[in-house]
Design a protein around this ligand. Structure first.
Ligand code: GTP
Ligand code: MG
Length: 581
């Protein structure tokens, strides 16, 4: 996942950290309401999860609507200057247009959604395969087009640049400014969420990309579906995150089963292979090859077929997404649905998850490269578990969601019980009214003091359990319950997480005592927690002092809590403070 750069704020020049006069912010602040409210207007937020007032759609309903929308949509590479009006008029020959937007990625692109699917076929029927002179074109007819001007010089007047929609997360500098000018820590968490979550347009582009890949796979497996999963759809996706796709071949089986009747049973003749895994590898190998050879804009195709979960990884140039295509991965799709439900149950969940993920990224606790790091998926599980542990709980346990399920929710995948209620509206909201600020602080304190050496995190039961094995961090896979989703995490990475959690809890405690008034002059609240200096000072401090930093901070926290008295500093909770006990 291409997240905010490592060390979120390292890129900021010192003057940017200090200067209170920042034009865009003044503009934001000149309006009534909080920064978060302004960002909401500014950033055209996602809409993938609805507000508390509206009836909430089931995950399957949202995905079905998005898929149909994507099937009526085309992607057009446009000349850099184009008249929007003429462009739309030209395309309307093929049928009414429901929606469109422009964005930039290796040139100007338009995403155009027709009202009817037939319009796409009509457009394809008048589209030609380019003659390339010395090179030869593979005549693959997709829904990715290039629009050329017949006589660019003959344009009556220079058309204006069309308004482009950004598909990137806000820069570190902009995010930092927004955080510094927020009104409260709650507002900061909300601001971070609104500024970095997937936009409506980015969500559309993700579904369109899946649909385009489905067209390629569909050449071999008609009726297959390519479905997005992971953070693109679970409501925890951040602009710039990867696009996880699942090639679903089960639809094909379902279709044939439907047609079976009477005493006869007709079966396709097929090739048999020794195992499901080998079948998966063979299918992905061929689809990977097709994407590499014919897929417009699919570059850097890697077939990673010997992984635990075989996949094809590639970049989709036109959309700018880093894509992972898997098949036979239905449980991951179910996990995405479960996270979607948790994300939609209470508005604090996503805000907290985004902040914790951003904090982890800023301190290099997570990485886009696979390794011994905690993953975003594991962090999300930790936040969910923490919210299940509040009193009263903010989120229900998975066992509770299973108890609410009715017959039609029943779901068993490869022998694993994946049943839970899918109708969000039947789950009672929490009575807990804790603020985000408190939750953030308590999250760091909770995991800063968690007995990782003996306990496991388990969202199914929502309580700590003895670890069944000796991995430093044990987070039970909610569906494949014998598996640990954080088996890769080493003791040193876990220790780094604990150290930073304790220090962050301590900083928030300090700020409680002597809160600086929010201003752009200095980082405060969440912005302070994202400063990289803490890691540096911790590692420096570790080198200099005998007592481990984590222990010192733990002691500090205890002393603050028990005495409610002065900490050992003069600090306003600023990062520059000495952590010496
Ligand atoms: P990003 O970092 O934003 O991409 O988050 P993500 O949730 O999409 O994570 P990632 O791309 O690493 O994985 C995609 C999905 O695969 C997750 O949402 C999970 O559903 C599933 N997944 C990831 N890691 C594991 C794991 O260790 N075990 C299991 N069972 N599923 C996993
Ligand atoms: Mg992902």
């Amino acid at each position: 996942m291409a997240a905010l750069g490592v060390g979120l704020l390292t890129l900021l020049p010192v003057c940017a950290r200090r200067s209170p006069v920042l034009r865009p912010i003044h503009r934001l602040l000149s309006r009534p309401g909080t920064v978060a409210a302004d960002v909401r207007r500014e950033e055209q937020s996602s809409g993938s999860v609805e507000t508390d007032q509206t009836p909430k759609k089931r995950f399957s309903e949202v995905q079905k609507e998005r898929r149909e929308q994507a099937q009526r949509t085309v992607l057009i590479h446009c000349p850099s200057k184009i008249s929007e009006k003429k462009f739309l008029k030209y395309l309307s020959q093929h049928g009414p247009i429901h929606n469109h937007f422009f964005y930039e990625s290796f040139g100007l692109y338009a995403v155009v959604e027709f009202c009817q699917k037939e319009s796409v076929a009509s457009l394809q029927s008048v589209t030609r395969t380019p003659g390339l002179g010395t090179e030869a074109a593979i005549p693959f007819r997709s829904r990715c087009f290039s629009l050329k001007l017949r006589s660019p010089s003959g344009q009556p007047s220079e058309p204006a640049r069309v308004p482009c929609n950004s598909q990137s997360p806000p820069s570190s500098k902009k995010l930092f400014e927004l955080l510094c000018y927020a009104e409260s820590i709650d507002d900061q968490l909300d601001t971070l969420l609104k500024a970095s979550q997937l936009t409506e347009e980015n969500t559309r582009l993700r579904h369109l990309t899946c649909s385009l890949i489905e067209d390629v796979a569909g050449a071999y497996f008609p009726d297959c579906a390519v479905r997005p999963f992971g953070s693109s759809v679970n409501s925890f996706g951040k602009l710039g995150c990867d696009l996880d796709m699942f090639l679903d071949l089960d639809e094909i089986g379902k279709f044939s089963a439907h047609k079976t009747s009477g005493n006869f049973l007709m079966e396709f003749q097929v090739k048999n292979v020794p195992s499901e895994r080998i079948a998966t590898q063979k299918i992905l190998s061929v689809i990977g090859e097709c994407l590499d050879q014919f897929g417009p804009g699919c570059v850097g195709v890697q077939k990673i077929l010997n992984a635990r979960c075989p996949l094809v990884r590639f970049s989709h140039q036109a959309s700018g997404f880093q894509c992972d295509l898997t098949t036979n991965n239905r449980i991951a799709l179910k996990s995405s649905e479960l996270l979607y439900i948790y994300g939609a149950l209470d508005s604090r969940v996503r805000a907290l998850v985004f902040s914790v993920r951003c904090w982890a990224r800023a301190h290099s606790l997570t990485s886009s490269i696979p390794g011994a790091w905690i993953t975003n998926f594991s962090l999300t599980m930790m936040v969910i578990f923490f919210l299940q542990r509040r009193s009263p709980p903010i989120l229900p346990t998975l066992d509770y969601l299973e108890n609410l399920a009715d017959a039609e929710d029943k779901c068993v995948i490869e022998g694993h019980n994946c049943t839970f209620i899918r109708d969000l509206n039947r789950i009672k909201p929490s009575e807990n009214t804790e603020t985000l600020e408190l939750l953030l602080k308590e999250f760091f304190e909770y995991f800063g003091n968690f007995a990782f050496n003996k306990n496991s995190i388990n969202i199914r039961q929502g309580r700590e359990q003895n670890k069944p094995e000796s991995s430093p961090l044990h987070i039970q896979n909610p569906f494949e319950t014998s598996l640990n989703i954080s088996k890769n995490v080493t003791q040193s990475q876990l220790q780094k997480f604990v150290d930073l959690a304790r220090e962050s809890a301590w900083i928030l405690h300090q700020q409680d005592k002597d809160r600086p008034s929010p201003s752009g002059n200095q980082p405060w609240g969440l912005a302070t927690l994202l400063l990289p200096s803490v890691t540096n000072s911790l590692s420096l401090a570790k080198k200099k002092r005998k007592k481990p930093a984590s222990e010192r901070i733990k002691n500090l926290l205890e002393s603050i809590k028990s005495s409610g008295a002065e900490g050992p500093s003069d600090t306003n909770g600023k990062r520059t403070v000495s952590t010496q006990a």
